[in-house]
Design a protein around this ligand. Structure first.
Ligand SMILES: *Cc1c(COP(=O)(O)O)cnc(C)c1O
Length: 305
């Protein structure tokens, strides 16, 4: 896996005593490449995890390159290394906005895919889905058959009782919206994300890092990090009620600080406008505070508003 993955991956390896082999980022490339995988895979590798929509920068790992590498390993050495796609962020977007993009079971080595149904606000938080390529990919010994709730209830999970409200709501949305409904919603979400990115980057203080042609995830860094402290901008936005995290990227790109905005279904065009204007004034305040600090060096202190 790459350093671009969500914490859940490291959590899995620690809880299940699996040795993680994590490819670091590069200073100018924040995704997992086929070369990264080639350097870490061997005959004991249980799986390669790759992302459709990375957590840190909202991009896509080189899924077709990694798939080709694993197919070659199977053909040339007989190593069968399954590919799991973490589509938590992309699984409910890409099929509707870029259906031609091959990231799923169309890639020969993909055995399983997970998606966060809730990520863009369309069901209650916490619902996720995993799908396997074939029934045999889920060993029967992992499925417990329970009779004490009446009838045969197959159970495959870590904990037991879970609310079913999300499942009901998800089926309702499938039936109510259909494919065309999801297409409309996602087209709108993408448009708002692209407009948000345009509004953020046009004035020149921010540079976009993500891939807003594929994912409604806007990630920016400061055009001049010495002049504009993103942690201070994030703090200022919080005063206006916007929670926009600022954070540094993992090794070896930790010198880059970014802010990330995941555009959900309820983030309307009006909110893009309101957010952009709050951001503009946050940036101005941070710049004038640091400009004043510069100007005040060795001078009498000026009042700062
Ligand atoms: C959000 C996310 C997760 C975690 O999903 P939850 O639905 O919050 O449990 C895992 N991987 C990626 C890439 C994510 O974006």
């Amino acid at each position: 896996m790459g350093a671009d993955t969500h914490t859940c991956w490291e959590k899995f390896t620690r809880y299940f005593d699996v040795e993680p082999r994590i490819a670091p980022m590069r200073p100018d490339d924040f995704t997992l490449s086929a070369g990264d995988v080639a350097a870490r895979v061997d005959e004991h590798t249980i799986a390669v995890g790759a992302l459709l929509g990375t957590t840190f920068t909202g991009q896509m790992d080189d899924l077709s390159g990694i798939n080709a590498l694993l197919a070659d390993l199977e053909r040339d050495r007989g190593w069968v290394v399954p590919l799991h796609i973490d589509a938590a962020s992309g699984g409910f977007v890409v099929p509707f906005v870029k259906p031609e993009l091959e990231w799923d079971f169309r890639l020969s080595q993909v055995r399983s895919i997970n998606v966060s149904n809730h990520k863009y606000g369309l069901v209650y938080p916490g619902m996720g889905t995993v799908v396997f390529r074939e029934k045999s990919d889920l060993p029967e010994e992992l499925v417990f058959h329970i009779n004490y709730l009446g009838g045969d209830m197959p159970n495959y999970s870590l904990n037991f009782s879970r609310p079913s409200n999300s499942v009901v709501l998800q089926y309702f949305n499938f039936l109510r919206l259909g494919r065309s409904g999801y297409e409309r919603i996602m087209a709108n979400v993408m448009e708002n994300a692209q407009e948000l990115e345009r509004r953020l980057t046009e004035p020149g203080h921010f540079v976009g890092l993500g891939d807003t042609s594929t994912f409604p995830i806007v990630v920016v860094r400061a055009a001049d990090p010495d002049a504009l402290d993103l942690f201070a901008v994030s703090e200022r936005l919080r005063e206006r009620g916007w929670i926009v995290p600022a954070y540094s990227l993992p090794a070896n790109a930790e010198h880059i600080t970014v802010m990330r905005m995941v555009v959900k279904e309820n983030f309307s065009r009006d909110m893009v406008d309101a957010f952009s204007s709050d951001l503009d004034s946050a940036v101005e305040k941070v710049l004038s505070a640091s400009g004043t600090a510069e100007a005040n060096r060795g001078k009498a202190r000026q009042p700062v508003c």
